[in-house]
Write a protein that binds this ligand. Sequence first.
Ligand code: SPV
Ligand code: MG
Length: 537
Amino acid sequence: MLGAHDALSAKLAEEAGFDAIWGSGFGISAVSALPDANILTMSETLDAIRRMVEAVRIPVIADCDNGFGNAINVIRTVAQYERAGVAGLCIEDNIFPKRCSFYAGVQRELVPVEEHARKIEAATSARRDPDFVIIARTEAFIAGWGKQEALKRARAYAEAGADAVLIHSKASTFDELKDFAGAWDSPCPLVAVPTTYASITAGDLSAAGFKLVIFANQALRAAVKAMRESLTILKREARPAAVDDRIATLPEIYELVGVPDLQANEQKFLLPGGHNVTAVIIAAGFEESLMPLIEDRPKAMLEIKGKTILERQVQALNDCGVKDVVVVRGYRKEQIDLPNIRYYDNDRFRDTGELVSLFLAESEMSRRFLFLYSDIIFDPAILEKLLKSEAEVSVVVDRAWGDHPHSQEEVHTRQPDLVVTHHPPQKGYRFLAMNEGTTLARVGRRLPLAEADGEFVGMAMFSEDGARLLRTVYHQSQQRFPNQRFHESESLEKAAFTDILQEIINCGGPVACVDIYKGWLEIDTFEDYRRAWAKVK
Ligand code: SPV
Ligand code: MG
């Protein structure tokens, strides 16, 4: 067993492969900067033990000193500790209040052997589970009372019903205990704590007849030495990196305290909200038609009244609680360097399309995520509406498209992503919440104008299942469409986001529409850019 002083040291002991935890009274007191002398109360000690039990799966045996009083106190001690989930406890024949076995120059008294035997009986009678282990410990050697007294006491405790006897020694060699073990004539197993005779091995102890060994305080002492050394250096150098090679990394701590579980449980059990969604913004492309406007920067970094398009997007996302933002860069990637954003780079942006850029960020698609074109400015209310969607795949559709006729020429220059939907909203009722059950039938830049009943805004959201569907459809498409057209694009490599949306629809995955009416701008042409300057406040 490894002596732990708190939940974290118990966890490290478990990780190191020890069979059980010794909830050390010495250690629990020490981490409160107090001596091991019954200064902490039973409930304070129990509190520390309970945290250890909660942190590990291996058994925890609690060091209960003298049981925190007489036999009457022991009854409650056993009840409380058993309820806390410990596998057993140890009670020593020190008087209450105790003194640690090793402290020199302090008063040391043991209770009479009969009194301690009754305490052991009280302990066994108080347990509910017969497998709950009661270890009786004698301090006869510690008090200097010799082998005969130690044997007398150990025998009395074994007869009183102890499951094991801890025979403690502060000698610098193992001789005293070896002698004791040689004379031990009871089937009751023996326990040793080799703190002062520390060069002994567990194997030596086993050979001498001991069944259980406690390394009681090495974890605590390792921590103190490591902290003291690092802190001395840190104070002297006044620079955190000076101790980098002596300290655990932050990810090590995250792992130890269960951050991966926290993340998984957040996904599973917290209601969806802006905070647990990642936004993936595709900003890799280069558009000849916007030269020379975008000569020195990508479109997303075009400034409109003191703020770039990307800054405006990030602001809107943050305002809606979406703090995790990913940008896929390509053309003039060095120009995109906003803080608090994670980046992926598509260095093949000239030969590839939006879909390739999106899938560079595939590792983001293990959970709910938002998809955004990088050239749109939108009212945050649109984002809020999208975030509320419970569909697996949702796209924002502007129904203002149908308000007035569009010329072929306009469509040719602007190339809007058009949609044909099932159950489009009735004209004239567009301000009602009418996005229930509306789904995409077709999407693309070359749909017949007469059939289009909305425009895809360039904002989409995928639930965890939706993200899985997207990945599956994409990877299947790689198999099914090698070196050939993929919907409106000449190949999958050059495909647009709308092509994969169409493929999802064709594969039977519904794509839900989040209907809006205006409230957004797209910067596709000089004219758009000029208009944005006029419209944006
Ligand atoms: C403890 O770890 O608190 C013990 C063992 O009781 S010892 O400190 O060796 O007494
Ligand atoms: Mg102790």
